[in-house]
Design a protein around this ligand. Structure first.
Ligand SMILES: [Zn+2]
Ligand SMILES: [Zn+2]
Length: 389
């Protein structure tokens, strides 16, 4: 155990310091070495504890007198920690009641929960910022890869003047109506007898503290209207109507409470050529007659640009081809894999022919091979029948 420093030395006051001087000195130390201001700083935490212990003794006339007379030895067994045992963080924070007003740190200093116990000090109301709604338009390419978009958003932000405390001088007082608990009790008589109901304190909005000297910029709310560039991450595979939640990016909450979320509503920009069917994409490919008959190749649009596909000789209208993996991915956590691009083939019949074209087809008219045989007819009929199944 490190050598204990003299309590007066710790607080930087003289042996004849008044109660007010001691209190003021401790307050300065408490703010300076506050764990919330010095996250992860062990030295600051030790100083913070040391100051709290010194103040706990010197603020009490009886303890102070004993300390003056006997030094640390006089503290043994008195006050609980004089003999080397340190004050717990809970003790320290409960002591804040005298200094800053009880519960004043309840909502404002989120860092305290890490010290255990303090966060659980009563069912105090924590402010929650309002959620925001945002519509985001995505094209199929963005759906395929996922996309991060930036938006300039008008919303409530933490007041920069008071850092969200709502107090001009950083001070808060314990609410006199609820004594800092954030709740008030009411006695009611019901058919079951005398009962006590608990309601949120209306004087402090359940926070347990009130601000006398309100911040002029935010009128004591700790939030002001502002603008923020917000990055919205849209995962791959989203669909029209889906809502993506961006936690904590909505409106800031009063007095450094929990910020709201942004609900991002997905709007899908239609693709000029491809139709979406869940994870799959559909494309209608219209072949010319010679290519359908003689075979060849055709271009098909995909999300990553055009691809060439092979057309077999004798390709029938209504035939479908499947380009595996050329569809869309699934949204994280729902199913797996990537969809396909389904190509539905049609054959274009020109309405007007030149004389040469007409002659060429006239020559083919008499050809037996051009006429559908029994098999072709029955295949055609079966396909038709299937449409009604
Ligand atoms: Zn302010
Ligand atoms: Zn209250």
């Amino acid at each position: 155990m490190a050598e204990k420093r003299d309590y007066y030395e710790v607080l930087g006051v003289s042996k004849t310091a008044s109660d007010a001087e001691i209190k003021a000195a401790y307050k300065k130390m408490a703010i300076k070495y506050h764990p919330d201001r010095n996250p992860g700083n062990k030295e600051a935490e030790e100083k913070f504890k040391e100051a709290a212990e010194a103040y706990d003794v010197l603020r009490d006339p009886e303890k102070r007198q004993r300390y003056d007379q006997f030094g640390f030895a006089g503290m043994n067994g008195q006050g609980g920690f004089g003999g080397g045992a340190s004050m717990s963080m809970d003790d320290i924070f409960s002591m804040f009641g005298d200094i800053f007003g009880g519960g004043s740190f309840g909502g404002g200093f989120g860092g305290f929960s890490g010290f255990g116990g303090f966060g659980g000090g009563g069912g105090k109301h924590v402010e929650k910022g309002a959620d925001l709604r945002l519509k985001v338009r995505v094209n199929l390419k963005e759906v395929a890869s996922g996309v991060t978009k930036k938006f300039k958003i008008n919303k409530y932000v933490t007041c920069p003047h008071c850092q969200g405390s709502g107090s001009e001088d950083g001070k808060k007082e314990t609410c006199s109506k609820c004594k800092g608990s954030g709740v008030t009790y009411r006695n009611v008589n019901t058919m079951f007898g005398h009962m006590q109901t608990q309601t949120q304190c209306d004087a402090c909005g359940g926070t347990g503290s009130v601000i006398r000297n309100k911040c002029k910029h935010c009128a004591g709310t700790g939030i002001v209207k502002g603008e923020e560039i917000v990055e919205i991450k849209i995962p791959a595979g989203v669909q029209e109507g889906m809502v993506v939640n961006e936690k904590g990016k909505g409106n800031a909450a009063r007095w450094n409470g929990v910020p709201g979320d942004i609900h991002v509503y997905i709007e899908e920009e239609p693709h000029p050529e491809l139709l979406r069917d869940g994870q799959n994409l559909q494309y209608q490919l219209l072949l010319d007659v010679p290519t359908a008959i003689l075979g060849g190749s055709a271009e098909v649009p995909t999300i990553d640009g055009k691809v060439k596909i092979k057309i077999e000789p004798g390709t029938q209208p209504g035939k479908t081809m499947r380009l595996r993996g050329k569809g869309l991915p699934v949204v994280q956590g729902y199913g797996y894999g990537t969809g396909d691009l389904i190509v539905q083939i049609g054959v274009y019949i020109p309405e007007n022919l030149s004389r040469e074209e007409k002659e060429a087809f006239e020559k083919l008219r008499t050809s037996e091979n051009m006429k559908p045989g029994a098999t072709a007819k029955s295949n055609f009929f079966n396909k038709f029948k299937k449409m009604f199944e």
